[in-house]
Design a protein around this ligand. Structure first.
Ligand code: C5P
Length: 314
């Protein structure tokens, strides 16, 4: 008798296009520990997925190709160095299928912005190709492959708000009663290199001019449970912020403009140069975004809310 399991590879999976939406991330707390022997830093971070999305569509094809539109189109290599292509190869290798797909990216997450846009695209490619090829991996298996692609990629498979340890790849969800936090995202002109930001932090620490390391995430996790944005504002922190400000001193003006516009707090996102501001509610965020935009201290502002789910089909 015919059973679905008898299906061959060509008929398993999806014959139509698979569309995956994946969010950007900010780090509500980014505690950077010592440099490890493998070149990574030990992290103690709280990831938070926000409502700025890239969209990846995967279609059947005879080879593996990638095209893109939107943020950074024309600036990003579309060859085997692209994280989405690397993700498709990694999944195909793991599952023992041919890496054949036509991938198309619609990007809204800025490149090299500290919002993990490249990692988001890798997470989206894993989820999309898994559905296209019918390889049917669990979210945890996908996160395992994701860890080899980049420290932030496993989080973008899961989304929400989560604790990240190790080099950031070990992710566990933060369980909290549902609350939406409202953010203003100030996108800068041009990007910053993540390895360069970590090197700059090491240099500042060696010179004794870096700020005191953040340490434990306990304060932030307690603040999340209180569901009061004024409490959360007091607990946001990023050890990489000094490095980003040292490399891009003008970011101090962006942070000041957010404060002047009445944001509860502002921090550099990840390795920067994007800055994020916490607002009281959606209307407050809209008002702050308009005001920061008018101050001329960034390329553009956007409003976002979080937490939102990770890479999902549909
Ligand atoms: O893991 P991912 O490829 O995104 O990291 C990019 C670079 O950022 C690493 O090569 C390393 O220089 C730096 N990094 C680090 N410590 C981490 C994560 C990233 O030093 N925990």
């Amino acid at each position: 008798a015919w059973r679905p399991d008898d299906d061959d590879d060509q008929r398993r999976g999806s014959s139509g296009p698979v569309r995956v939406r994946v969010p950007a991330k900010v780090n509500l707390h980014l505690g950077v520990g010592p440099l490890r022997r493998d070149g990574y830093h030990e992290l103690n971070t709280v990831y938070h997925a926000i409502s700025i999305y890239d969209e990846l569509t995967a279609r059947r094809g005879d080879t593996l190709t990638l095209t893109m539109e939107g943020e950074g189109a024309g600036e990003l290599a579309l060859d085997d160095s692209n994280l989405a292509i690397r993700a498709a190869h990694a999944l195909a290798g793991y599952a023992g299928v041919l890496p054949h797909a036509r991938l198309h990216l619609r990007k809204q997450i800025p490149l090299a912005g500290g919002l993990a846009g490249g990692s988001a695209d890798a997470a989206a490619a894993l989820v999309a190709c898994d559905a296209l090829w019918g390889t049917g991996l669990s979210r945890d298996e996908l996160a395992g492959i994701a860890a080899d692609l980049g420290s932030d990629v496993p989080f973008l498979i899961h989304g929400g708000t989560a604790l990240g340890t190790g080099r950031g790849e070990a992710v566990s969800p933060v369980l909290a009663r549902p609350t939406s936090w409202h953010w203003v995202v100030a996108v800068a002109d041009g990007g910053l290199s993540t390895p360069a930001a970590y090197r700059e932090l090491d240099r500042l620490r060696d010179a004794g001019t870096a700020g005191t390391p953040l340490g434990s995430t306990d304060g932030l996790l307690g603040a999340l449970r209180q569901r009061d944005p004024r409490v959360l504002a007091g607990c946001l922190g990023n050890d990489l912020q000094d490095a980003a400000l040292s490399m891009r001193p003008a970011l101090a003006d962006t942070l000041k403009a957010g404060e002047a516009a009445g944001a509860l707090a502002g921090i550099v996102s990840g390795s920067g140069p994007t800055c994020v501001f916490l607002a009281r509610d959606a209307a407050d965020a809209q008002r702050i975004a308009t005001e920061v935009q008018a101050a001329g201290v960034c390329r553009e502002t956007r409003v976002a809310h979080g937490p939102v789910p990770g890479a999902r089909v549909g």
